[in-house]
Design a protein around this ligand. Structure first.
Ligand SMILES: O=C(O)CCC(=O)C(=O)O
Length: 264
């Protein structure tokens, strides 16, 4: 297949930058028409208690089966999960063989408080640090001074550190951090899941909602720890809904996961 040499150089540069810094900002990755379908789905997810039920299915000590509805069964969420431009960037960054890990959807109210410094990388069976897990953080309404910002610590994904090794720092300012607080609607920040990041609260002066959806994907080549006890059901529904569009044969394959174990 013919490739434009300029495009090859741009892709290489993007991959190198992502490997070095651990993040990549993709302004307006999500088109307006999809945002307009996603926002009412997020409202329903939160207001009808579906989000709370799905969390309870993961945290209750007596584990019930799957929740009545999962995020990926909401049609626009399913479309976002495999949005073709997003899939193409992921393939450029981590290669074309990757598996879906989880999808979360939420609506943040002003004054809810931030989320302390942490990373989200899950362990894999071979403890292979060279295999990459990526989180796509989607800001449906964008980011500005009225809502909480995202802060990242470039390069921190190269450390071997537990998820919560900086949690005691809260959302405080750290040397060399980058603040991401101005993004147009529909922007996505791709992070290496091992990158330390935090949600830093904005002053509670606005009542604007912050619409936030995140999806994560793992490079194949080992078995990853699943995020939810009903992970098999989740992958099976994604397959039966045909979310991969016939393009991504590994995306919902069970063989890339270990058994589920509950974390503390
Ligand atoms: O809300 C954000 O901008 C980041 C959220 C976050 O850190 C997470 O979901 O792990």
């Amino acid at each position: 297949m013919w490739s434009d040499p300029g495009e090859v150089v741009a892709v290489d540069a993007r991959r190198e930058e992502f490997t070095r810094s651990g993040y990549l900002v993709l302004p307006e990755m999500v088109p307006r028409a999809l945002i307009d379908r996603l926002v009412p789905e997020v409202d329903r997810w939160v207001d009808d208690g579906l989000r709370a039920r799905s969390i309870a299915c993961c945290t209750d000590t007596v584990q019930v089966s799957a929740p009545p509805v999962m995020e990926l069964e909401l049609p626009a969420h399913g479309a976002l999960l495999t949005h073709p431009p997003l899939m193409d960037v992921l393939a450029q960054l981590i290669g074309s063989s990757f598996v879906f890990h989880h999808l979360h959807s939420d609506r943040h109210d002003a004054g809810r408080g931030g989320k302390p410094w942490h990373h989200d990388r899950e362990p894999n069976a071979s403890a292979d640090p060279s295999l990459t897990m990526v989180h796509a953080l989607h800001y449906l309404g964008g980011l500005d001074e009225t809502v909480d910002s995202l802060v990242v610590l470039p390069g921190s994904h190269h450390e071997s550190a537990s998820k919560d090794s900086r949690t005691h720092l809260g959302t405080s300012e750290l040397p060399d951090e980058i603040i991401i607080d101005r993004l147009p609607p529909g922007s996505t920040v791709l992070i290496n899941s091992g990158l330390f990041h935090a949600r830093r609260p904005a002053p509670p002066v606005s009542d604007r909602f912050r619409y936030f959806v995140d999806a994560s994907y793992c490079q194949t080549g080992t078995q990853w720890r699943p995020a939810k006890p009903y992970w098999r059901h989740m992958l099976s529904r994604a397959r039966s809904l045909g979310l991969d569009g016939g393009r991504w044969p590994e995306l919902f394959a069970e063989r890339h996961f270990t058994e589920y174990t509950q974390t503390a």
